[in-house]
Design a protein around this ligand. Sequence first.
Ligand SMILES: *[C@@H]1O[C@H](CO)[C@@H](O)[C@H](O)[C@H]1NC(C)=O
Ligand SMILES: *[C@@H]1O[C@H](CO)[C@@H](O)[C@H](O)[C@H]1NC(C)=O
Length: 365
Amino acid sequence: MAFLSLLSIVALSVFFHGVTAQTSTTSALPTSTAVVEGLNYLARNAGKKYFGTATDNPELTDTTYTSILENYEMFGQITPGNSMKWDAIEPEPGVFTFTDGDVIAELASSNGMMLRGHNLVWYEQLPSWVTDNNYNATGLTEVIQTHVTTEVAHYKGQPYGQILIHVRHAWDVINEPLNDNGTMREDVFYNTLGTSYIEIALTAARAADPNAKLYINDYNIEYVGEKSTAMQNLIKSLQAADVPIDGVGLESHFIVGEVPTTLVENMQAFADLGIEFAITELDIRMELPETAELLEQQKTDFYTVVNACLSVSQCVGVTVWDWTDKYSWIPSTFPGYGAATPWDDNYQRKPAFDGIAIALEGQSI
Ligand SMILES: *[C@@H]1O[C@H](CO)[C@@H](O)[C@H](O)[C@H]1NC(C)=O
Ligand SMILES: *[C@@H]1O[C@H](CO)[C@@H](O)[C@H](O)[C@H]1NC(C)=O
């Protein structure tokens, strides 16, 4: 046994040495080779409602960026990265600033894209007046109701832009309510109102726009584990109390080579609750620098995630958390990591693009 192990170690080191040598003589990293219609075109062909992306207002001045973003064949759904969050929409009590959010809503509508409102009640990007005013339960209930009602009513099925298409829209009504161990996150909403803040927000959203799909969105609920179980229990308790809830958002911020192996099993558990769900913020980051091997693994990883969505019919679509590395949030949030999206900094499609396309075409990688 000892002899065999030693042999394997020698063989492994030769193998890795060979790969290293090969990589160092190759100057260009691999890129996409797929020749396909756009990803939204493929997603709709595959029976999904959309393939979409997050975007943000500052990058809309980049015309190369917008020329790809506004291609409906490529993206059929848009999520605003920041401009519909509480601090942007209601910076002072009762003072609503919809300007930047409207730009994204009009972009979606004028291109026939679906809009995912993001988000209504979240512990972050919250103006200090919400957290620091020591509202009691009655006061904070009114604050939530005013915020949710006013924002959802504003974006309710409005005929933005020039093309009057009835856009199916969804709201991340509640964002990231759970701790990783499955307990409720202790933020101003929970500490003042307990779990009832979720019902207050969902009920107000349904009343303001009966046609919008109402979601709870979170991370680390993409795989079987205590946080996902806690989310399922939360959904069940809302359903038992007749609180309106239509779906769960699986954020899906993954790391190359570490995509969970229980994606499909976990998705089926949400589907079994009689709700829809979506992959809402997909990116798959790698430790920099990029290498050919990491980019190939990333292709496999994107394939795995999109293929999981295809295998469960209640998965309505996939949204990437922006589509080019140029505008990805990853490098600033996870120092040392990056290259998390299907297009590189120079708008070249990466192998990851092919991984998505191959999955949407129903083929094996
Ligand atoms: C809650 O706060 C409001 C406004 O400060 C106050 O009028 C009301 O009496 C408080 N309610 C309770 C139950 O303390
Ligand atoms: C769960 O996680 C939260 C946040 O990290 C922590 O405050 C809490 O004590 C944990 N609860 C249990 C039961 O471990």
